[in-house]
Structures are given as structure tokens and as C-alpha cells.
Design a protein around this ligand. Structure first.
Ligand code: ZN
Length: 411
């Protein structure tokens, strides 16, 4: 619908070459909806052209997930079967490049008991976590999007199918910098250079805390881990030196703060879609680094459940800087998909932090990373705090401060 083969080809190439950056001889694991089978074929072929040894496809179908959640017992769904664990062991061994094409219907789980959904997710994530930890920072991966009809209709409920999909395509292609007459690879080079320069500047400042302020009630201070780095856009796979871009689009520069060291209130500026449900008009107040209260105009119970998913769910794992000029923000609508929505403006995330931001972090166990201040949790949920008037100041150990953000953008 609406997009030429040429554009699709350009996009598939961008995902494989610039995104995950498949190297000759690597195994690729592609996760994609059955509805996007034609695009999956383009991506597969591009992987082989890049020298992939084998491309394995995990087909998903959100209707299947929904039916399972509606009809199967919680205990049945929560079980990780021996073959699933064997497969994860293989992934730990192969360290395949992983490509994930997001196209889910944001309402796929409507009608499913949210308690059941989060309990199943919690049980499975706990069992699979050691495998996730074992591949963390040791393989290339990318998440990119492809519009499905249901997703597009969620974003543009007043449009007919075809128009909704075409509008979502326009937005996606704008944010991933793929146009009929441009060179996306060159655009991405420029974009990643900009982000890396900003990250290098932040790293040179040695800020030990950040202060947030906005007229909407945000008044917040968070401590940073002195040796943690600010990162953005690209990552280098330490095992083979391949530079890859895990998120397409990406606009953020992020780090992990000290778990358990923040104070004050963060007011969200956009709704949050979690487990297919919406939390709106909310704020979270922290004391001694932990979320001690939250208020939501809609989804209060859901927000509370999220914060209590496990011990680390009430603490921050990420702070990220995104200027309000971000093309995602310019699109002006909620994508109902974190990949996009978290790239709209400044955000923080509750839950799991990134041990990669520590020097030698890839080789640290989660226990070692925790000792250095990185938060551990089975969740990682981003919420947007980048108000148009947001100011962020960096504070150095000697107490001197420097403006980082003014009026929602780089100072
Ligand atoms: Zn982020």
C-alpha cells in the first residue's frame, strides 16, 4: 500500500547494512509478523547479499498471542518449554545478528486480563533473563518498523485503511530518513556524527548529577555514575568491531544513572502505552531513588503494577536527552510504539539499566554492574518528560553547573 518497491528495497538495505550491519559468515535471526512476509523476503535477501551464513525467521502473529492469552491458562503460558530454553542456549552460542521488525497492533491485547499478561511476562522474563544477560553487548541487533493496517488505524482512527497506512509510512520513512531522492546511508552518517559529538561533549563535562525543571511540575535531581558514559545512535560489537545502530529511528543520547539516587517529581508529557494499555496524564515522585507515589489521570492501577513488577522496577535505569525538534516529535502524533515514542523528547526509564555504559561493561556480570549503580529489573519502560520548556542542568563535583537543555532543546 502506497510505497514503491524502490523505497522498500532502500529501507531493507538500510536495516541490514547500516542498522544491524551483517558481517560475512554471521547467522541472522529475523523476527517479523506473518503479515509482513513480503518485506521479510526483501530483508532476508539483503542479509544474504551482505554475506550472512544463514537467516532464521521467527514468524509472529499478534492474533495468535491474543488467542493464547484469552484461552490458555496462566500457568501454561508462563512455562518456558525445554525447546524454548534450548533455542536460547543456541542463541547464546551463535550470537546471531538479530533483526526485529515491529508492526504490532497496539490493541492486540485488549480484553486480556492485564494481571495475567504481566504475570506471564514476569515469569517468562525471569527464566529467560540469564540468557538475555549472556548475549547482552555481544551481538548486533536492530529494531525497525513496518506499518500494519491495525497499527496505522490506531494512530489515525479517522482514516480509511489505505490512507492510515500511507500516513504511517510517511512518518516512518521521515524518521528513518529514507526518501525517494536521498541517500539514507549518507543521512545516517551525518545524523550519527551529530549524536556522537554531543555524547562526547557530555562525556567530557564529568557531570555527577542532572537537574530537571519545567513549569508543568517537573522538579527533579538524579545522580550519575561518575565513570558511566553517555551513548547514542551506534554501538560497536566488541567481538568483531562491527558498528551497528540498534534502533531505527534513534534520536537519543542516554546513560544509566545511579539506581536509588534521585529525588523529586517527573511529570510525563505524553501518554505511555504499556502492555497494550494506556497510562495518561501521569507523574511519578521519587524519594531516596525510589518511586514512592504516582498519579495518573488514566491507568493509575496499571502504573502502580508496573512500578511493583520487581524490586528494581521502582528505580531508574535510563536518562535520555532528545531535543524537541526530533522528527518523531515533529510528526505530532503518538505512535503507540516505544521505538518511536521514546525518540520524541527527553525521557527516563523505570527498570533495567545498561551495563554497557560502564567501562568494560560488556564483560561485567549483572551483579558487578549493580554494585557500580546500574539498576536491575525485568522491566524497562520509557516515559517522556521533555516538555517544551524543559531545562536540564549538569552539576559537576565542585558544584559548578552548566546548561544542557533550555526550552526542550540543546542549550
Ligand atoms: Zn531511551
Amino acid at each position: 500500500m502506497g510505497v514503491s518497491n524502490e523505497i522498500l528495497q532502500k529501507y531493507a538495505e538500510l536495516i541490514v547494512r547500516t542498522g544491524v550491519n551483517v558481517q560475512p559468515g554471521q547467522v541472522v535471526q529475523l523476527t517479523v509478523s506473518v503479515e509482513q512476509h513480503a518485506f521479510a523476503a526483501l530483508v532476508m535477501e539483503e542479509c544474504y547479499k551482505a554475506g550472512a551464513k544463514k537467516v532464521n525467521v521467527d514468524w509472529t502473529y499478534d492474533v495468535q498471542s491474543r488467542l493464547n492469552y484469552l484461552y490458555a491458562e496462566q500457568e501454561t503460558l508462563a512455562r518456558v518449554l525445554p525447546w524454548e530454553e534450548a533455542k536460547m542456549k543456541q542463541v547464546v552460542e551463535d550470537l546471531p545478528c538479530r533483526i526485529y521488525i515491529a508492526s504490532e497492533d497496539p490493541d492486540a491485547m485488549n480484553g486480556v486480563d492485564p494481571q495475567k499478561l504481566s504475570s506471564v511476562m514476569q515469569a517468562r522474563a525471569t527464566i529467560l533473563k540469564p540468557y538475555r544477560n549472556a548475549i547482552d553487548g555481544k551481538h548486533q541487533w536492530v529494531i525497525a518498523a513496518y506499518p500494519s493496517v491495525k497499527w496505522a488505524r490506531k494512530c489515525f482512527p479517522d482514516c480509511a485503511d489505505e490512507e492510515a497506512v500511507s500516513r504511517l509510512w510517511d512518518a516512518i520513512l521521515k524518521t528513518v530518513r529514507v526518501q525517494a531522492d536521498n541517500n539514507p546511508v549518507a543521512e545516517w552518517k551525518k545524523h550519527t556524527d551529530f549524536i556522537e559529538n554531543k555524547a562526547a561533549w557530555l562525556n567530557a563535562q564529568g557531570f555527577t548529577s542532572l537537574r530537571y525543571h519545567s513549569a508543568n511540575g517537573t522538579d527533579f535531581t538524579v545522580n550519575l555514575i561518575p565513570e558511566a558514559r553517555w551513548e547514542g545512535a551506534g554501538v560497536t560489537n566488541p567481538l568483531n568491531g562491527a558498528f551497528y545502530i540498534p534502533n531505527m529511528p534513534t534520536e537519543e543520547i542516554f546513560t544509566s544513572p545511579v539506581a536509588g539516587q534521585c529525588e523529586g517529581t517527573l511529570v510525563a508529557v505524553k501518554p505511555l502505552s504499556w502492555n497494550s494499555q494506556l497510562i495518561e496524564d501521569f507523574s511519578i515522585t521519587f524519594k531516596d531513588g525510589k518511586a514512592v507515589s504516582c498519579r495518573a489521570g488514566k491507568g493509575q492501577e496499571l502504573l502502580e503494577r508496573m512500578i511493583h513488577m520487581d524490586e528494581g522496577a521502582c528505580m531508574l535505569g535510563e536518562v535520555a536527552l532528545v531535543p524537541k525538534e526530533s522528527p518523531v516529535n515533529q510528526c505530532g502524533f503518538l505512535f503507540y510504539e516505544t521505538l518511536f515514542d521514546e525518540n520524541a523528547c527527553c525521557h527516563c526509564a523505570l527498570g533495567m539499566g545498561f551495563k554497557e555504559v560502564l567501562p568494560g561493561g560488556d564483560d561485567l556480570t549483572m551483579e558487578q554492574a549493580k554494585e557500580k549503580g546500574i539498576n536491575d529489573s525485568i522491566i524497562h519502560v520509557d516515559f517522556m518528560v521533555g516538555a517544551d520548556d524543559l531545562s536540564i542542568d549538569g552539576v559537576r563535583p565542585d558544584g559548578s553547573t552548566e546548561a544542557i537543555f533550555r526550552n526542550g532543546t540543546w542549550a
